[in-house]
Design a protein around this ligand. Structure first.
Ligand code: TPP
Length: 891
């Protein structure tokens, strides 16, 4: 409780030892405010608090303010719209949203849909649409609460941007014209900009979007001044760690281009968000503590006269002692119930509302349902400088759904309304709909020249256009050829280097490219030194909105730690979630800002798909274009790090993301070809794909690129060693990543020790091989004519590289064996897939490879055994393998 508020005399929760003295202090403060103003009062309070601290006086909790609106009546701007018409528009949006969900559910009970969430958020959205969200190319960026999508569709329908047929296909998308359940740019590429369906990612992405906007501005790449990011979040959603993860960076970087609106309807799916407490007060403390500007939007204008008369703050006292579980019950019950249980607790409050009927009490709205108060909160938020703003808007879940849902424990999943409930909804919002129309749940859109539609269009015109709308185009960028940035790799001639070193050199060259260089966004999560990239600090600088306020310790070094306002590197610290959020902002900049960027995020591969996989999935949904580099990749090439650091799965997960092109190159020239192709496809041809490329820190001799290798590298495999022409048996060895070196060594062993000839292939992408083969199989499977066109008659790359010949195929990689298993169905000869299944361990590379049985000896033994060669047991012995050991994945 704020101690500056005089408690009513005799308050049992806050006993006062000397009420007269208290009053004197309070009166003194009042007098000060009156004569010298609030600023002076703030100054004196701050001084008093500082003094109290030096005297070691325990301080009260000062982050929580009373349970009332932050913005006083005297600070409220006049409403700049026609409330009457707006309320009719908003009723229509509410109706169409509800009709859409109910109709979908009538068509098939299988189809989900939410009404109650949008019912609580409707006014918050509508005031934004009518007065704040700027459209057009330099418009605002709005992250919508995901399951409020029906309301956004319903508005777009009124605006004439969606047809009735489209609404009738809500959640029925497979026919090609449906509306997606949540905001999905992948499914509705000209409509939704930001996927928010996985809770917590919306607020995180919004924060990093606001920051990236600043970055573009500081680097002179886009005009971003005045643009705002608005993000609508559920109060239950605020429990996601990701929702809170970006709070401090937003405050630290003073992102006053960001407004987060938390829809505090006090409920989540199962029940209350904080039944025994107060989510508003808790969030206020969290946001204020992190340095945000907090605006509580709790009570509507209906309450203003009551507050004015309540000089002893009995209302504040009653609010503060009411837990959210009770507030929910008040939302679900009648005016009579509220009077009895809320107001009648104290005679003073009973008296305060004595002139109101029960119906009047029922009509006392919460702040988030009053356009006037919402307008005021948005108005202040959009003018606030130096801090991001959070608006904590108190609403009722299922607002206006009456007994069908308002405040009900089960309201989240309510998607069926009977006729009586529909009629009650119509009456509640004074909708001009006949009974029969209502019963049939007909969509309603007044004619274009009606006052409502004229107003709605005029507002959007004034604000620069409609939204959400997603731009699919960006100016194509010319991208360099590999020989321009990777000559050293194409002509390596046996020079030893790791693919990480090769990457760093290529990135350095690309950063110097006249056209492309400045579009590259290097992103790092505190591992630049690990990957040998520290030189870049000095070369291109680390982005900091306030430059560098200190002389770096290493200032005399050539590559010192340089922070700069126009710095190019996003150094995210130990924050993979934030780094991916930055990457998504940069990777979608072509659409969001019309400025194509090329983000290159390089990280410990274990802390990518495994750690932030859902963000990468959302990045895919967002149609991101950029490079993810999983460095120190693989389970045995990062030796000596062990279980939690050694990645054996990222390529398996990457293979499940349809627009992710995943490559595991072994050779520097392969990396060059992949980079060249990726840039061309993403920046030149504007394909909505992104690249995942693994990099290793193991040095070995890098050959020059042979003629004609490009196609194989990009399609997934190419031959790097041809078997000698002898007459003996033959095998084919596939190696991926650094395990290619083991496959090459195994070929030598097979030839030398057992006179078996081996071809060796470098597999750059099991995923790409599989995708092409899957498409071919499907064409063959479902083609209407047995021999006709489109039967995938052409040979797939796997078939052309590994034609049926009787020679076994042994594949080995540094990931779980399920990765090489991805291509098993298309190999006609005996196939053995070796991988690194199990937990990682610390040891040398050689020991780890032996442990996981992906070393040269294990590959050679696998080849002998696949050939049915009777000498296999002899090889096991000769190579020191122990058949008695348990499989690595059980250890
Ligand atoms: C990561 C994640 N977990 C669970 C869900 C399923 N889900 C969708 S809405 C919802 C409840 C949302 O509650 P709240 O954030 O309070 O929003 P409200 O609907 O009350 O406005 C849940 C659990 C989800 N979409 N994403």
């Amino acid at each position: 409780m704020d101690p500056s508020i005089p408690r009513p005399v005799g308050d049992p929760h806050d006993p006062d030892a000397d009420p007269v003295e208290t009053r004197e202090w309070v009166e003194a403060l009042d007098a000060l405010i009156e004569t010298e103003g609030a600023e002076r009062a703030t100054f004196l309070l701050r001084r008093l608090l500082q003094h109290a601290r030096t005297r070691r006086v325990p301080l009260p909790q000062v982050l929580a303010t009373p349970y009332v609106n932050t913005i006083g009546l005297d600070e409220q701007p006049p409403y700049q719209g026609n409330l009457e018409i707006e309320s009719r528009i908003s009723a229509l949006v509410r109706w169409n949203a509800l009709a859409m969900v109910v109709r979908a559910n009538r068509a098939s009970g299988e189809l989900g849909g939410h009404i109650a969430s949008y019912a609580s958020a409707a006014d918050l959205f509508e005031v934004g649409f009518n007065h704040f969200f700027r459209g057009g190319e330099r418009g605002d960026l709005v992250y919508f609460q995901p399951h409020s999508a029906p309301g956004v569709y319903a508005r777009a329908y009124l605006e004439g941007r969606l047809t009735e047929d489209a609404l009738d296909h809500y959640r029925r998308e497979t026919g090609g014209k449906g509306l997606s359940s949540y905001p999905h740019p992948w499914l509705m590429p000209t409509f939704w900009q930001f996927p928010t369906g996985s809770m917590g990612l919306g607020p995180l992405f919004a924060i990093y979007q606001a920051r990236f906007m600043r970055y573009l501005g500081h680097r002179g790449l886009a005009q971003t001044a005045g643009r705002k990011v608005w993000a609508f979040v559920g109060d239950g959603e605020m429990d996601e760690p990701e929702s809170l993860a970006g709070l401090s960076i937003a405050a630290r970087e003073k992102l006053d281009n960001l407004v987060l609106v938390v829809n505090c309807n006090l409920q989540r799916l199962d029940g209350p968000v904080r039944g025994n407490g107060s989510i508003v007060q808790e969030l206020e403390g969290l946001f204020a503590g992190a340095g945000w500007n907090v605006v509580k939007l709790l009570w509507s204008s209906d309450w203003d006269p009551l507050f004015a008369r309540d000089v002893h703050q009995w209302l504040e006292k009653r609010f503060l002692e009411t837990v959210d579980g009770e507030f929910q019950t008040y939302a679900a019950t009648s005016g009579a119930f509220n009077r009895e249980h809320f107001f009648n607790k104290y005679p003073e409050l009973r008296e305060l509302v004595a002139h109101l009927s029960d119906d009047d009490i029922d009509r006392l709205r919460r702040g988030g349902h009053d356009p006037v108060k919402i307008f005021s909160a948005y108005w202040h938020a959009s003018r606030h400088e130096g801090q991001p703003t959070v608006i904590l808007a108190k609403t009722k879940k299922g607002y206006g759904m009456g007994t069908a849902g308002q405040g009900r424990m089960t309201t989240h999943q309510q998607k069926k309304l009977d006729t009586g409930e529909l009629l009650a909804f119509r009456d509640r919002f004074a909708l001009p709909i006949a009974d029969a129309q209502c019963e049939a749940c007909e969509f309603v859109r007044p004619p274009r020249d009606s006052p409502e539609m004229a107003y709605l269009h005029a507002r959007r015109e004034k604000l620069g256009g409609y939204l959400p709308v997603r731009s699919t185009k960006a100016e194509p960028l010319a991208t360099p050829e590999a020989k321009a940035f990777a000559k050293f790799a194409l002509e390596a001639a046996g020079k030893e280097m790791s693919t990480t070193v090769a990457f760093v050199r290529m990135a350095g060259q690309l950063l110097r490219d006249a056209a492309l260089g400045k579009r590259i966004v290097p992103i790092i999560a505190d591992e630049a030194r690990t990957f040998g990239m520290a030189d870049l600090f000095r070369q291109i600088g680390i982005y900091s909105p306030i430059g560098q306020l200190y002389q770096p310790e290493d200032q005399h070094q050539l590559s010192y730690y340089k922070e700069a306002t126009e710095g190019q590197i996003l150094e995210e610290g130990i924050n993979e979630a934030g780094a991916i959020a930055s990457w998504v902002a940069a990777a979608t900049s072509y659409s969001v800002h019309g400025v194509a960027m090329l983000p290159m995020y390089i990280y410990y591969s274990m802390f990518g798909f495994q750690r932030v996989g859902d963000e990468i999935w959302a990045a895919a949904d967002s149609r991101s274009r950029g490079f993810l580099f999983g460095a120190t990749a693989g389970r045995t090439t990062l030796s000596g790090e062990g279980l939690q650091h050694e990645d054996g799965t990222s390529h398996l997960i990457a293979s499940t993301i349809p627009n992710c092109r995943a490559y595991d190159p072994a050779l520097a020239y392969e990396l060059a070809v992949i980079l060249e192709d990726g840039m061309r496809r993403m920046l030149g041809q504007q394909e909505d794909v992104f690249y995942y490329v693994t990099l290793m820190n193991e040095s070995y001799a890098q050959p020059s690129m042979p003629e004609g290798a490009t196609e194989g590298i990009l399609r997934g495999m190419h031959r790097v060693h041809a078997a000698g022409g002898g007459k003996g048996p033959k095998v084919r060895l596939l190696g991926a990543g650094t395990i290619l070196q083991e496959a090459l060594a195994a070929a030598e062993l097979l030839e030398r020790d057992w006179s078996i000839a081996a071809d060796v292939f470098s597999v750059t992408s099991f995923t790409e091989l599989r995708r092409e083969a899957m498409a071919a199989s499907r064409a063959r499977r479902i083609s209407p004519s047995p021999l006709g066109e489109g039967r995938g008659e052409g040979r797939t790359w796997i078939e052309s590289q590994l034609p049926q010949s009787g020679a076994p195929v042994i594949a080995a990689c540094d990931y779980v064996s399920a990765v090489p298993d991805l291509i098993r169905p298309w190999i006609r000869d005996p196939y053995v897939a070796l991988g690194t299944d199990g937990f990682g361990r610390s040891d040398t590379r050689a020991s780890l490879r032996r442990f996981f049985e992906v070393d040269r000896h294990s590959i050679a033994v696998a080849a002998l055994s696949a050939l049915g060669d009777a000498r296999a047991p002899e090889a096991v012995k000769r190579y020191g393998m122990d058949p008695a050991t348990a499989p690595p994945w059980t250890r």
